[in-house]
Design a protein around this ligand. Structure first.
Ligand code: TYD
Length: 137
């Protein structure tokens, strides 16, 4: 399966690093919401859902974590362990986040405001969603 990651260019100088992200330039959507996950306890797995519309970029701005992706047919695992790497997750992708280092801060840029009705939290429902999208093609 195709996994879309971005390597962002830091504006580094003798003071340190700075990364700036601009919508449609550094990633392909407009940001309506930002949230971040931190102080995650050992062994915790978050996510366990897909979305009907939402697109996201995940950036582990400190520490590391892993992302399990599932498009309904294939799966992939992505390690996020540097602040200059972004992972694009399309709406129709089941995702789980795990193996958080104790210092991990996972920042998410989201294309829509929070909307519980956009979530697909049941894996069988997700498989049906993928099948219905494919039958439309
Ligand atoms: P949850 O969906 O369980 O997070 P994850 O995808 O990491 O498993 O969200 C945890 C709580 O935070 C839940 O009560 C919903 C709330 N929440 C918001 O209020 N706004 C948001 O943008 C997000 C992502 C979650």
């Amino acid at each position: 399966m195709e996994v879309k990651t971005y390597t962002f260019t830091p504006h580094g100088d003798d003071r340190g690093q700075l990364i700036a992200l601009e919508e449609y330039k550094d990633f392909p959507f407009s940001v309506k919401r930002v949230y971040y996950i931190y102080d995650t306890l050992a062994g915790v797995v978050r996510g366990h859902h897909a979305h009907k519309c939402l697109k996201q970029i995940l950036i582990c701005v400190h520490g590391s974590c892993k992302i399990h992706l599932d498009d309904g047919h294939d799966t992939a695992e992505v390690l996020l362990d540097t602040p200059n790497k972004g992972l694009f997750i399309a709406n129709d992708m089941w995702r789980e986040m795990y193996d958080f280092s104790p210092d991990a801060v996972l920042m998410v840029l989201a294309s829509e405001l929070y909307d519980e009705s956009d979530y697909i939290r049941d894996y069988d429902e997700f498989k049906k969603f993928v099948a219905s999208k494919e039958s439309e093609k």
